[in-house]
Design a protein around this ligand. Structure first.
Ligand code: NAD
Length: 479
């Protein structure tokens, strides 16, 4: 079924561009709509709209309680359209519908409410300082904030960035991935319907190297909030250095270890969680538990359970709730996943299950498990962003920790143990933004999200996120 062509959303209305991009659904590999392919002049228009809205203060000078009400109404409208939004998003990026409903409109609405409630609670401070002077520290919005987001969970990740930025009084230009733009355009339309003044949230779509690059290098953008791959993160840092040295906050990829000790409280629970951690959304979650690091004494038992659960997963049309796992996001991603498989086979790792595409139509991949993966293997180190699990065994806790940290990335980790002290030692010593103990995943907008090492250094979610979109201006007043 075709969907109406979508356009950029600038100054509260559709803003057609000359060039267009066909949008292919990973469900069946067919073109089902098209979006704008923005060029530099289209980006200029969106930034100018955002700048004008910021300068004339149509939003940031509105009473905080009114701004809060607008954002709460926005959340309500998103919830009222949750099902059509989730279905539209699934057609765009192939995420299984159950997860999309919860993680996309559901989570976006909650995030918007959270920051709406912060509007009249987060402020500046009065500093007790020198004699005869009063020091007021004002928390001010930055101005025009650009948010660049990836194709997985665009509404959820988009909301993590735009909700705090808008709540704090900034104007935003949002650039979704060229292959997951549709729900974010609709989300911006709903914002205006809820009362957000035109120009405060503009959405521009297009190719990363063109539309994204024009935004990243723009002289009138005050900050970049980014979630995506490390390669693009590097481009943004360079673009900032070459333009106006805007701050760049990066949330990048991961290759997260999931460590199972022999004293794990329940092997069945650990096996089920390990499968969910890597195979949900076809492995396309940034915090995927992609490296299983397991005590050698329980490896065979755990692996047997994991393989049996993974092989029973139903993989197919993500709009069919009977399926457990949906599609790989694009043909190019599927080809990339399969090339990682070929490389791993030739490196000597043992393919235990999967390793191939599924179905004649659309882009699907069998859950894939490689055993005996060495820490020097590319598969141990490189993010696949697909349903591929590596298995590596260890003898001692020190060895497990060394394996976990043998990565340039540090986004998430899992630890399974009954030993409380060991759990705390691992939380302390694993280099990651989040360490799960006897569970994996399931955080929300109230908890800061960030990585270490080359997984980035920005913070989405929680009240930490408002620091990235505000600056502190002090006023010294003689008494
Ligand atoms: P990507 O880096 O290819 O694209 C992300 C965004 O940047 C898109 O909007 C894209 O159009 C844009 N872009 C691409 N090239 C650009 C350029 N040269 N200049 C400016 N913008 C450009 O990432 P992706 O493939 O969409 O997403 C997958 C990656 O995102 C994975 O590495 C995944 O781990 C990561 N991710 C991280 C988190 C996190 O919270 N840390 C969450 C989700 C995804």
């Amino acid at each position: 079924m075709q969907v109406n062509p979508a356009h950029n959303f600038v100054e509260g209305k559709q803003s057609p561009t000359k060039e267009r991009i066909n949008v292919v659904s990973p469900i069946d590999g067919q073109v089902f709509t098209e979006i704008s392919a923005s060029r530099a002049e289209d980006i200029d228009m969106a930034v100018a709209s955002a700048r004008q809205a910021f300068t004339d203060g149509r939003w940031r000078r509105m009473a905080p309680s009114k701004r809060r009400d607008v954002m709460n109404r926005w959340a309500q409208l998103i919830e009222a359209e949750a099902l059509p939004l989730a279905v539209l998003g699934v057609r765009d990026n192939g995420t299984e519908i159950g997860m999309a409903l919860k993680a996309e409109p559901g989570s976006a609405a909650q995030t918007i409410r959270y920051y709406a409630e912060a509007i009249d609670k987060v402020g500046g401070e009065v500093i007790p300082t020198t004699e005869d002077k009063l020091c007021l520290v004002h928390r001010e919005p930055l101005g025009v904030v650009a948010a660049l987001v990836p194709w997985n969970f665009p509404m959820m990740i988009g909301a993590w960035k735009i909700a705090p930025a808008i709540a704090m009084g900034n104007s935003v230009v949002l650039k979704p991935s060229e292959s997951a733009s549709l729900t974010l355009i609709r989300m911006a339309e709903l914002a205006v319907e809820a009362g957000l003044p035109p120009g405060v949230l503009n959405v521009v779509t297009g190719h990363g190297h063109e539309a994204g690059a024009a935004l990243a290098g723009h002289m009138d953008v005050d900050a970049l909030l980014f979630t995506g791959s490390g390669g693009t993160g590097r481009h943004l840092l360079t673009a900032s250095a070459a333009s106006n040295m805007k701050p760049v906050y990066l949330e990048l990829g991961g290759k997260s270890p999931n460590i199972v000790f022999a004293d794990t409280p329940d092997l069945d629970v650990a096996a089920k969680a390990a499968v969910g951690a890597i195979f949900r959304n076809s492995g396309q979650t940034c915090v995927a538990g992609a490296r299983l690091i397991v005590a050698s004494s329980i490896k065979d038992q755990l692996l047997e359970r994991i393989v049996s659960i993974a092989e029973a997963l139903k993989i197919g049309d993500p709009l069919d709730p009977a399926n457990d796992v949906g599609a790989v996001h694009s043909e190019a991603q599927l080809a990339l996943n399969l090339s990682h498989v070929e490389k791993a086979k030739s490196s000597g790792a043992t393919l235990v299950t999967g390793g191939h595409a599924l179905h004649a139509e659309g882009f699907y991949m069998a859950p894939t498990v490689f055993d005996t993966v060495a820490p020097t293997d590319a598969l141990f180190r490189e993010e696949v962003f697909g349903p591929v699990l590596t298995v590596t065994s260890f003898e001692t806790e020190e060895e497990a920790l060394a394996l976990a940290n043998a990565s340039d990335l540090g986004l998430a980790a899992g630890v399974w143990t009954s030993d409380l002290s060991r759990a705390h030692r691992m939380v302390r010593d694993i280099q990651a933004g989040v360490v799960h103990v006897n569970t994996y995943g399931g955080t929300d907008h109230t908890i800061p999200m960030g990585g270490v090492k080359q997984s980035g250094y920005g913070y989405d979610r929680s009240l930490r996120a408002v620091d990235q979109v505000t600056h502190m201006k002090s006023a010294l007043i003689a008494l």
